[in-house]
Design a protein around this ligand. Structure first.
Ligand code: GDG
Length: 499
């Protein structure tokens, strides 16, 4: 039997497969698990529950049969060059991304992009409908696939469907710009449970549902009238849960790497290579206009200019990993940032000393942790961010209990990480003051804050996040008479009940 003909109790649908293509030493093509938190969190459930992961392999016109990797069935969905341009770079990254991040950049609305979004969402939904077992669970991820829950429910009302939105959901005044605002909401409402990063995002979504459809909402529940009452339930409406499930990281693995003697040595070496400055400030982000990289550079440059920071004693390391390089807004941003870095180094550098070390590459995880360990001050200045995992990774890596986190209140992580120095990145004066507070902070105060932060991040890790989501999905399935959810809280109880 081919993998394709099998059916799966637990299906994850995400824009990307959790693997990257690699060329083996013998020249053959292989796959390597990409080290994201999502796959770490879902791996145990995927293995124990006979799971499949549906996603795009990341390159246009790549037609690959389903394959098994590390005990997970990977089901590649092909996109042609035009679909990559219209569905992915266009509608996902140049319409929804800026719109959902509060229009920091102007969203583009193009009907042919929307058509492509519908076509590709249908392809993902059809694939999931063909693969999920009767009464199975499908968990759809992120803004690229918001129509999938609705399309899937139409075809497969027997399924329990979850959706998680990794980015913010905007206020109605902005959301209502979207010419296809009703279609997107209908698509999402096909899910039994819709997860958001912050309570505010869930609130924005519920408000949009009330404004556009007039459906009744109570707490986290939305009553969605059933058009077709021949569904498995006789009631006239179904309940959809929309609430916050703040995502996290695999905290223990960061803490473990931070204890590795090679990583500790590397952190020391980084400091030495920089000429042992008194203070290292650090930022690491995908090169994206939501991350506030320009704002942090501006604050840093002004502090050098004001003489409050000394370029001989202070270094800012900015890792900006390449991202969406074919989208015009990202090309412009890169030019702007690189020009600013050049200016700062030109104005305040000296022979053998550059105040800003700008690196436009991705790094392996252990190098990232070494950088976290070397950083006295971590700068997270996002203008808008669903969560921001970098903030949590920094905290998890600081096994020495030291280091200061400066965190934007516009990042979801600020709901939980209250002991950070919270800033409004638009307020450059405020960012400057926070940097100076961090640089001058007494060790006792640093440690007190970091201890509290670490407690939050170690307790609330990504395994707990996925468990909480699956528990909610399990309750939804149970309430509607569906099968138990693999990994969900009452899976065992429900199985025993049936036996
Ligand atoms: C979206 C939402 C939400 C970055 N450069 C390198 C590298 N990274 C890793 C970081 C971190 C991840 O990428 C970035 O996660 P963020 O949360 O900061 O941001 P997005 O990519 O925008 O993610 C966001 C997230 O989804 C999860 O729901 O938090 O709000 O926008 O893990 O460490 N990792 C390595 N080398 C790099 O150069 N190894």
């Amino acid at each position: 039997m081919t993998l394709e003909a099998e059916s799966y109790d637990f299906v994850v649908v995400a824009n990307r497969l959790p693997v990257d293509s690699v060329t083996e030493p013998d020249g053959s093509q292989g796959w390597k698990l990409s080290p994201g938190g999502l796959v770490t969190a879902l791996e145990p459930v995927m293995r124990s529950a006979d799971g499949a992961w549906i996603g795009w392999p990341g390159a246009a016109d790549t037609h690959i049969d389903p394959f098994e990797h590390d005990g997970i069935t990977m089901v590649p969905v092909a996109l042609d060059e035009t679909e990559v341009e219209r569905y992915y770079e266009g509608f996902s990254n140049d319409t929804l991304w800026p719109l959902y991040h509060d229009v920091i950049a102007q969203p583009s609305y193009h009907r042919e992009w929307w058509d492509s979004y519908v076509t590709v969402n249908r392809r993902f939904a059809d694939r999931a409908a063909a693969l999920a077992s009767h009464g199975g669970v499908v968990w759809v991820h992120d803004y690229q696939l918001q129509l999938v829950p609705g399309m899937l429910r139409e075809k497969r009302p027997d399924l329990t469907i979850g959706f998680f939105n990794h980015i913010p959901f905007p206020a109605y005044g902005l959301y209502s710009q979207l010419p296809w605002r009703r279609q997107i909401l209908s698509g999402l409402l096909g899910a039994d449970v819709i997860g958001f990063q912050r309570t505010a995002d869930a609130g924005n979504f519920q408000r949009a549902v009330r404004r556009l459809f007039g459906y009744e909402t109570r707490g986290s529940s939305i009553r969605v009238p059933l058009e077709d009452t021949s569904e498995r339930r006789p009631e006239k409406s179904r309940t959809v849960v929309a609430r916050a499930f703040p995502i996290s990281i695999d905290s223990a693995s960061f803490a473990e790497l931070a204890q590795n003697p090679d990583v500790i040595e590397r952190a020391r070496q980084i400091r030495e290579d920089l000429g042992n400055p008194k203070t290292i400030l650090f930022g690491v982000d995908r090169l994206d206009y939501t991350k506030g990289i320009r704002h942090r550079l501006k604050a840093f440059a002004e502090l050098l200019q004001d003489g409050r920071l000394d370029a001989e004693e202070t270094t800012l390391i900015q890792v900006a990993s390449p991202s969406r390089e074919r989208v015009a807004a990202y090309m412009e941003l890169r030019d702007e940032i690189e020009m600013t870095v050049g200016r700062i180094n030109g104005d305040y550098g000296s022979i053998g000393r550059a105040p800003v070390h700008y690196l436009h590459h991705g790094y392996p995880r252990d190098e990232m942790v070494a950088l976290y360990l070397a950083a006295d001050v971590m700068l997270v200045t996002a203008l808008r961010d669903g969560m921001n995992l970098v903030a949590k990774e920094y905290v998890a890596s600081r096994i020495d209990g030291d280091g200061v986190l400066i965190l934007s209140e516009f990042a979801g992580a600020s709901d939980d990480l209250r002991q950070a120095l919270l800033i409004n990145p638009h307020d450059i004066q405020g960012v400057k003051e926070a940097i100076m507070t961090a640089v001058d902070m007494e060790p006792r105060e640093r440690k007190r804050r970091m201890r509290a932060l670490r407690r939050r991040v170690l307790e609330n890790d990504v395994a707990k996040w996925s468990q909480t989501f699956l528990d909610e999905l399990s309750r939804a399935s149970h309430a509607s008479g569906g099968a138990p959810v693999p990994g969900g809280a009452d899976a065992e109880d429900a199985r025993e009940d049936r036996e």
